[in-house]
Ligand binder design. Structure first.
Ligand code: CDP
Length: 783
């Protein structure tokens, strides 16, 4: 459809999202919309126990149900060498339980039926005899010497998985000892879940005649899936095609490979029919990758004047039954070492110990570049605690300790080279927008009246765009990304990418980048992602990496095309190549403005009239390996009022000033920030994947794991500063996750600020009315 007013709008313009044409009309093609001839359905039998030995599995009753085609158990998979699969974190995970189960809802058997109903009935008829074992849900208990060892398959007979540390332990110890003030706090980032609206699923279609497997799957990283499937199933990689159709939200939940996918592949190979598996909401919440679950002990030293001197962090990471996190190989705790944040720490030390418990596996990066949310929350909370200790305004404390703009590129105490930043500019703008001074006066006034009002600040720094391949790989695959551009003779463009959007708007923003580079309209560029048979190899979309990697690849690939086009333009204009300049979207003969050709004219010549000796056609592919990560940042300020009678927190205002460098599409960036803030709000106030002492998951549906609606969600007031990345071809930094990373601390800081005069220093999330009500009563505050 023509969008005439957009015809020449390119970089930096709020171009309406091309993909929304189909999404808002219900014409997206999601996994469950796909129906193949002779397709069968798969359902999983799951454990009701968090820890139990399996005495027996009886499948006869299930097989007798009309419409049941097959039942697969762990023992069947063992024969195929597929009972266990490798995780992206270098651990292994049971596909179907063998011997024992390690978390509630663990996959125990798979039933395939002619219909979904037959498969579910069959699953219910599978009889499993369990012998319950002692359950460990607390990671600290898991580390005690007498704790039951959960993973009997490992040589190491403890629940400790790995230890990771970074920084200078001795120098940090010494600096803390010499500090005038040291604050210490135990801060927990609770277990949460990405909870995309569309759950995970796949259709495995193995063609017995050709020997080819097509896997339609909700995957954020289709190429990585293809390679890993080839390695696990031993099918030749060129005989596997992974198609990732439209995806209804991923947020990191669709990076890992889940047992259901492997079972569907096995079932399709067994039956010679396509097999679909789509999980339920409860299966999604209880068995697929969770996020966070970090228990962090922070110590922050400072001078009495409020200059930070040292940071030390000790973290226990609860990974559940299998270490199924999705971090780059060299970083088992992700990029947690960004925990020095926006501040100029002379020295720091961080260590993380990962632990097995009887909970669902994972530890993935939910809308976060690998444990950056935990790090950002930690430092932004700690700075507020320090401000409280020093009796200093939290904005002033931040200002005193920011890495100053002239210090970039800045090498942090924990080893990162921040590419660029201007933290004070974002803070100043946010404080101005919210009217900070006036609010502080109002707060004093209200306190005198016995009212509870708080102001919370978070000046976050992110690290996104993994990554330079010398340092970053997942399962050995280097973390570059790619773009392929095919220019058709009429100047229209097909561009394909190794990334895979899940609602982020790539079909629009990538088209904007290419249109900007080649002087064509956004409408003339069709963007495709998600089919490994057609797209160039790439590592996928997560960790806000698409713009820093594939977005850069788009620009570089277009420039490669332009270089060839310039030669063709010289031929058409009968001028020397060095006299051809690219200006305002045209090739012009230097000094002769009237003598020019447009990009479509050149494209036509590439197929109809190429210069003698030149290879015809106009296509290119570019694999972009970024020289560094990008470091977006911003300041959020939140104002809350607390109802003393109910403990209810009302977010009165929330101002966000983000900086993601050059903005490709301000409307899409704003949408990304709205989404991230809404998720951050939900995490701060209502969400937790909780367990009872028997390992029963207490958050298995949306009545227990709450999703904010428009009714609860605050109004977001946004602005931005622009500090371009010096190494990205367009100066852009990633933004998809900034708001989820930076906002939880702003909400919590605001609530604690409202209660700080009572002596409250910290409250763990989620901050429910009940928690606040109890705190108020403990401090003798009633209505
Ligand atoms: O990897 P993911 O797509 O989740 O994150 P991203 O690279 O931060 O991009 C999210 C969306 O915002 C994409 O459509 C980007 O092109 C867009 N974006 C933008 O318009 N300008 C930026 N500086 C960064 C992202």
């Amino acid at each position: 459809m023509a969008l005439p007013e957009q015809a020449h709008a390119v970089l930096g313009h709020p171009v309406r999202r091309k993909e929304d044409m189909r999404f808002i009309q219900g014409r997206g093609r999601y996994l469950d919309d796909i129906v193949l001839p002779r397709m069968a359905y798969l359902a999983l039998v799951r454990s009701p126990y968090a820890h139990a030995r399996i005495r027996s599995i009886r499948v006869d009753a299930a097989k007798a149900i009309p419409g049941v085609l097959a039942v697969i158990t762990g023992e069947d998979l063992e024969e195929l060498g597929l009972a266990w699969m490798p995780t992206l974190a270098g651990d292994k995970q049971m596909v179907l339980a063998v011997g024992k189960v390690l978390f509630q809802y663990q996959e125990v058997a798979a039933v395939v039926g002619e219909t979904r109903e037959a498969a579910v009935d069959g699953a219910q008829a599978v009889e499993v005899d369990y012998e319950p074992l002692p359950v460990v849900v607390d990671p600290f208990r898991a580390l005690e010497p007498d704790a039951p060892v959960l993973r009997e398959d490992r040589e190491q007979k403890t629940n400790h998985i790995w230890h990771w540390e970074v920084g200078d332990r001795e120098a940090t110890e010494e600096a803390l000892r010499r500090s005038d003030v040291v604050i210490r706090e135990r801060i927990r980032f609770q277990r949460v879940h990405p909870a995309p609206l569309e759950p995970c699923g796949c259709i495995a279609d193995f063609d017995r005649i050709t020997g080819r497997l097509t896997l339609y799957v909700t995957s954020q990283a289709p190429h990585a899936y293809r390679t890993l499937l080839a390695l696990v199933t031993k099918l030749p990689e060129h005989m596997i095609r992974v198609i990732s159709p439209d995806i209804g939200g991923g947020f990191g939940n669709k990076v890992a490979i889940y047992p259901g996918y492997v079972c569907a592949v096995v079932a399709s190979m067994m039956l010679g029919r396509p097999v679909k598996w789509v999980e339920t909401r409860t299966e999604n919440l209880t068995s697929t990758s969770f996020a966070r679950d970090y228990h962090m002990m922070v110590e922050l030293g400072a001078t009495r004047e409020g200059k930070v001197t040292a940071l030390r962090v000790k973290t226990i990471a609860d990974h559940g039954a299998f270490d199924a996190s999705a971090n780059p190989t060299r970083f088992p705790a992700g990029l947690f070492s960004i925990c020095t944040g926006s501040y100029d720490f002379p020295v720091a030390f961080a260590e993380v110990d990962a632990v097995y418990t009887n909970k669902a596996p994972g530890g993935i990066s939910y809308r976060c570049s690998f444990r950056v949310t935990e790090a950002s929350y930690l430092i932004e909370r700690a700075m507020d605690i320090l401000a409280d200790e020093l009796g200093m305004d939290p904005a002033e404390l931040r200002r005193r300790n920011f890495i100053p703009p002239e210090k970039f590129p800045y090498r942090s105490a924990l080893g990162w080279t921040y590419d660029s930043g201007n933290y004070v500019a974002a803070l100043d703008r946010a404080l101005e927008l919210i009217g900070y001074e006036e609010l502080r006066r109002e707060q004093e006034e209200r306190r005198r009246r016995g009212e509870l009002m708080g102001i919370g600040i978070s000046s976050y720094t992110e690290i996104v765009g993994a990554g330079p391949s010398h340092t970053f790989d997942i399962a050995g695959l280097k973390m570059f990304d790619s773009c392929e551009i095919r220019v058709h003779p009429t100047g229209k463009i097909l561009a394909r990418f190794g990334t895979r959007h899940q609602g982020q708007g790539h079909e629009t923003t990538y088209a904007q980048i290419i249109a900007h580079e080649l002087g064509v309209s956004v409408e003339d560029v069709l963007v495709e992602e998600g089919d490994t048979d057609t797209a160039p190899y790439g590592l996928g979309t997560y960790a806000s990496r698409s713009t820093p990697t594939a977005g850069a690849a788009a620009a570089m690939c277009a420039r490669r095309i332009r270089e060839k086009a310039r030669k063709i333009a010289a031929h058409l204009l009968e001028a020397a190549e060095e006299d051809i300049v690219w200006e305002e979207g045209r090739f012009i003969v230097r000094g002769v403005p009237g003598k020019s050709v447009t990009f479509p004219q050149v494209a036509f010549a590439a197929y109809t009239n190429p210069p003698p000796g030149m290879e015809p056609g106009l296509e290119a592919v570019y694999y972009y390996d970024p020289p560094n990560l990008t470091f977006p940042f911003g300041t959020y300020v939140c104002v809350v009022d607390i109802d003393k009678g109910t403990g209810q927190v009302k977010v009165r205002r929330f101002v966000g000033v983000d900086d993601c460098g050059t903005v490709i599409n301000p409307m899409i960036v704003e949408g990304q920030i709205h989404g991230g803030l809404t998720e951050g709000f939900a995490i701060a106030f209502m969400q937790e994947i909780a367990y009872d002492e028997n390992g029963n998951c207490l958050s298995s549906n949306f009545t227990e794991y709450l999703i904010p609606t428009a009714v609860e969600t605050p109004r977001w007031e946004l602005d931005r500063t622009v500090t371009p990345s010096p190494h990205h071809p367009l100066g852009a930094k990633g933004v998809g996750e900034s708001a989820n990373v930076g906002s939880p601390a702003a909400f919590v800081n605001a609530v604690v600020d409202a209660l700080s005069h009572l002596g409250v220093r910290h409250i763990d999330m989620p901050i429910t009315p009940w928690k606040i009500w109890r705190i108020l009563r403990e401090h003798g505050i009633t209505e």
